[in-house]
Design a protein around this ligand. Structure first.
Ligand code: SF4
Length: 410
């Protein structure tokens, strides 16, 4: 059995670093042009250069999303952009538009091309089409069952990538016009306003202002709001099937999210290969960890059956958040037995917290002292991203996450 690649999102340099130190074999990111995420979460050329050098230094690969659906006006700038990516030494580009694919094959023929999930590849003949055209890998559509995925694997020899974790669209892999119509923001240009998560009412045109509730069932009205995909428990089946890469969705998600999810999937994949019988023993602990990052409830999507109302979140459109990301370890002083932390959310002396190191189980800890950069004892650091030290009698690696449990949803 071949060990699959664990592929994580990298919305910025910090997330790229976190993803790799918590166990990703590869990351995917977007540049300032042609990536399917607008605004935040894209890398400048300089950031991309730094990220690629950092990743390659740790033997991780970097794929760049060029998966926008281009219009005629976009095409002129594309060849130069592709050449820049090749010069930056990216390990592959992710494309959806056949025009981008053709331009890439003609302009940078040795640069590996992965076919994005936005191309909606749902059968082995379509995979064969992309293979013959010269693609290195196909990212399968999320709307496939285990049986379909395995049949595609058996009938094709190209690399296959499958989404195992993250948000689901109610439309075919994000090819959706809801956001264009309702918010004038184009999902297919990476600017989705997520109207599928909104709460809908019925209005009769002669009675403006009267909002009638729409019920799919008694629980509520978020009729398009899918739960998030989680195929953790099905990893052994996907590995048996021979899938080459497991992808985690979420370039816009936080560093805490990326680190926590990558850590779980890393441990799960490694356990299958080192001691497969332990996989199901450890599964409940990993599932509990996945509940500590923001999510909308979990579903196995189309993997076992077609989704039903159980796979929708009718009660609210918000994320469930059980834990806060409150700090990240910068350094550890073994002589003083102190950890230097950068604060991310305010925390106080007396609180119970958890450390999440990259490659070890989490550690519960009680904060009995916080010092500022002058060494003065403080109750709490008043400024965001303030550096503080706290006494801890065990070593913590840089990048270790500090988190705190909370009860309410946000
Ligand atoms: S509106 Fe929802 S279903 Fe449509 S692209 Fe955006 S996230 Fe996906």
């Amino acid at each position: 059995m071949k060990k699959p690649e664990l592929l994580a999102p990298a919305g910025n340099l910090e997330k790229l670093e976190m993803a790799i130190s918590f166990g990703a074999d590869a990351v995917y990111l977007g540049g300032k042009s042609f990536g399917l995420r607008s605004g935040a979460g894209n890398f400048s050329q300089e950031e991309m250069k730094e990220g690629i050098e950092l990743a390659h230094g740790k033997k991780a690969r970097v794929y760049v999303a060029v998966n926008v659906f281009t219009h005629n006006n976009d095409l002129a700038a594309l060849p130069d952009y592709l050449k820049e990516l090749e010069e930056l030494n990216v390990d592959g580009i992710i494309v959806s538009d056949p025009g981008v694919f053709l331009t890439a094959r003609n302009t940078v023929p040795t640069l590996p091309v992965h076919i994005s999930t936005q191309a909606n590849t749902t059968n082995w003949a379509a995979v064969g089409f992309w293979q013959e055209a010269g693609a290195k890998r196909v990212v399968l559509a999320r709307e496939l069952s285990r049986r379909e995925i395995c049949e595609i694997r058996q009938r094709s020899s190209i690399e296959l990538e499958v989404f195992v974790h993250g948000a689901m669209c109610i439309s075919y892999s994000g090819r959706c016009l809801l956001s264009n119509y309702l918010a004038e923001r184009n999902a297919n240009q990476g600017d989705c306003a997520h109207p599928c998560r909104w709460k809908y009412h019925l209005v009769e045109e002669k009675r403006p202002g009267q909002y009638w509730p729409v019920f799919e069932d008694e629980r509520g009205t978020y009729v398009f709001n899918s739960k998030d995909l989680c195929l953790l428990q099905s990893l052994p089946e996907l590995i048996d099937c021979g899938i080459d890469s497991f992808k985690i969705e979420g370039r816009m998600k936080s560093a805490f999210y990326v680190a926590s999810v990558v850590k779980v999937y890393r441990e799960a994949i490694d356990t299958i290969f080192s001691d497969s019988e332990k996989f199901f023993q450890k599964l409940p602990g990993w599932q509990e960890e996945l509940l500590k990052v923001s999510h909308r409830g979990y579903t196995t999507g189309f993997f076992h059956n077609k989704p039903s109302k159980e796979d929708q979140r009718y009660s609210a459109s918000t994320y469930i958040k059980n834990h806060d990301f409150i700090g990240v370890v910068i350094d550890y002083d073994s002589e003083k037995q102190e950890v230097l932390l950068e604060q991310r959310n305010r925390f106080f002396v007396g609180e119970e917290i958890e450390f999440l190191p990259p490659r070890r189980p989490f550690i519960k800890w009680s904060l009995d002292s916080i010092k500022d950069d002058t060494g003065a004892e403080i109750e709490s650091a008043p400024h965001p991203q303030q550096l503080v030290t706290i006494p801890v009698p065990f070593r913590l690696e840089p990048g270790t996450i500090m988190r705190r449990a909370r009860q309410e949803e946000s």
